[in-house]
Each structure stands twice: as C-alpha cells, then as structure tokens.
Design a protein around this ligand. Structure first.
Ligand SMILES: [Mn+2]
Length: 351
C-alpha cells in the first residue's frame, strides 16, 4: 500500500501547505501537541499518533491535554507520558515555554481547551492546526481544516503521507491513528462513506494496527456501573416526544452516584435512542459531578437535522451536523425546559 495509491489520498491538501508543514517540522525540535478538553479517542489518538511519528523522526514531542481522557485509551503508546494541564501544570508550562512548534489536533478554537488554551495561544512558538470541525478560529502558521474528514487521525495520516513519511509509520503510531478513525465514526457507522477512508484504514492495518484488538480494548472494557446507569435510563429516564421523533433523558448527580458512576460511564448513551425506528433526534442532559449549576448537553440527529445549530442556539455549544453538544449553567429542570423549547423550535425538521 504505497506509491500506487498515492494519487488517491494526496489530492486534498494544498502542496504549499504541505511544504510549509514540512518546513515547520524540520526546523522544530521541541514540539507540543494538544487537543480539546475531555479528550475523546480522536483527540488522544491523533495527539499520540503524531507524537509517535515525530519521536520516530528524533523530535522531542510532548502531548499536553487540558484534562484526563477515558482509561480505555491508556494502552496506547505514549498515553501514560501525557501531561494533563489540570494536574501537571508546572511540567506542562515548562514544555510550552521550550516549544518551538505547537500542533493543535481535533480542535477549532482554543476556548475548547480550558486554561491550556490561553497558555498555548500566548506562546510565541509556531503553530499548526490539523482539524475536522467547522469554523476554525486559531491563529496559526499553517492549517489543515477539512470538515469532511472522518477524524483528526485521518488528517494526521494524510499529512504524514503527503510529507512522504508513510514508510516511517510505526505500529504504535498506526494503532493510535486507527483508534481515532474508529471512535470518531462510531466504528464505521457514520462519517466514513468516502472510499479513501478505507484506503487510509488499510494503510494503518498494513502497518500493524489490529483493528479487532483496538475494538475490544476500547469498546469492550466498560465498568459494570455503566450498565446499572443504562438500566436506569432505559427503564425510568427516557422521555419520548413521539410527534417530534425525539427522545430526551436527564441524569442527575444523585442518580449517577446511586449507580456508582465513574467518569465516562455515560459516554455514547445519547446515541442509543437513534437505534429506534424513525427516531430523529436524541438529547442527553447530564448534571456535572462537581460544578453546580452546570448541565452537559449532548445532541445526536440524523440526515440534515442540524444538531450543531440547535447546540449553538440553545445550549452555548456547537459541533457537527449530526453530533453536537453544549453546556448550560442552570438546574437540570431548567435545562429540560430549554431542551423542550429547542425541540419545538426545530419541529419542522423533526415532524
Ligand atoms: Mn474528532
């Protein structure tokens, strides 16, 4: 899987951008790599994949994330070396002070990095952005912003390939990049209709990424508490707005405590109601574990129903067309009332 496929996957990027990225990487020795807060598989995978690639080129690459990521990603090479800005601030600040290049992955705006965003934005290091969210807003020297990409991992692989370094990809780098391509597509259920996606995936498998092993490690390693919580949601919490083909569920702090909630336990639950025939929209409203009042909002939709528009209009958030989120500083009851209003406002899409 090398040169004969080159023409397929290198046409997205502007050759001047690739040259600029190559030049920045060549001239930099201390590179900080970072992504959005509450890092998901794509954020962690793209950062660690990029770090593995750069370390292979003899660079000093440090991954700094705003806060912790789910433990299901701890097996990835480099995961335990990651600096978390809410825990290892001093070490992280030292790495930022030393950096000559900062690479932002899976990120369109530094406000999505909590305090780390300010620390990085204030740095005089060169900056590169590799991202697939809409409306990128980060001052940088070069940007690879492709909202049609499945994942930041896909874009990182495209860039490595465009730089002529595919052969240098290690097994660990391939596994890390493969993880984000799997998690950001719900394991190939969405955002993965571009045939090139599977060419790129095959290129990672050819480098030793075992997608079946990754699947088990990431998706078959849940806590029992997740299932207790899921039982509660399915039996008692989901509210169906039949006319609007919508479902909403709320989760209070007490309910999460009762089931032994561990951070990450509710991950992906918002997707489940869309498995019901004709369901078009799913909203989850989850009270923060510590901060009060704060409610985390997740929205999933199908077809052309703009979850991101709903998130920005009603929930101080944004995201992708079919997967978006936001946050409300109010009680769960108030958040629920806002969600009902949001559904009414989008009724023409939903009915
Ligand atoms: Mn992503």
């Amino acid at each position: 899987m090398t040169t004969e496929k080159k023409y397929i996957i290198d046409q997205w990027f502007d050759s001047e951008d690739v040259a600029k990225a190559g030049q920045l990487l060549d001239q930099s020795q201390h590179i900080v790599i970072s992504a959005h807060h509450s890092p998901d598989g794509d954020a962690v995978g793209s950062c660690l994949g990029m770090a593995a690639y750069l370390k292979g080129k003899g660079k000093d690459a440090t991954v700094i994330l705003p806060n912790a990521f789910p433990s299901v990603f701890l097996w990835m090479e480099g995961a335990t070396d990651t600096l978390l800005y809410d825990r290892h601030r001093q070490k992280a600040d030292e790495a930022i002070a030393q950096a000559d290049l900062i690479i932002f992955l899976d990120l369109n705006a530094t406000y999505r990095m909590l305090d780390l965003g300010t620390a990085l934005a204030d740095s005089h290091a060169h900056k590169m952005v590799i991202d697939h969210h809409l409306n990128p807003d980060i001052a940088c020297d070069v940007i690879f912003s492709y909202p049609s990409a499945s994942s930041a991992c896909e874009l990182a692989l495209r860039l490595i390939h465009a730089l002529g370094d595919y052969e240098q990809i290690s097994k660990a780098c391939a596994e890390n990049l493969c993880t984000g391509m799997m998690t950001d597509t719900g394991v190939f259920q969405y955002n993965s209709n571009n045939p090139e996606f599977f060419v790129l995936l095959a290129m990672l498998i050819a480098k030793g990424a075992d997608k079946d092993m990754i699947y088990r490690r990431v998706f078959h390693s849940y806590n029992k508490s997740r299932y207790l919580l899921l039982g509660l949601i399915l039996n008692e919490k989901i509210e169906y707005l039949d006319e609007l083909h919508t479902s909403i569920f709320t989760l209070s702090r007490e309910e999460m405590q009762k089931t032994g909630y561990v951070k990450g336990d509710a991950e992906g639950f918002v997707n489940l109601p869309l498995e019901i025939k004709d369901m078009r929209l799913s909203i989850s409203l989850r009270e923060d574990q510590e901060q009060s009042p704060l409610v985390h909002v997740s929205i999933r939709s199908v077809d052309s129903i703009p979850a991101n528009e709903m998130a920005s209009r009603f929930f101080n958030g944004g995201g992708h067309l079919n997967a978006a989120g936001g946050r409300l500083e109010c009680t769960l009851e108030e958040a629920h009332a806002i969600a009902l209003k949001a559904c009414e406002a989008f009724a023409e899409y939903l009915k």
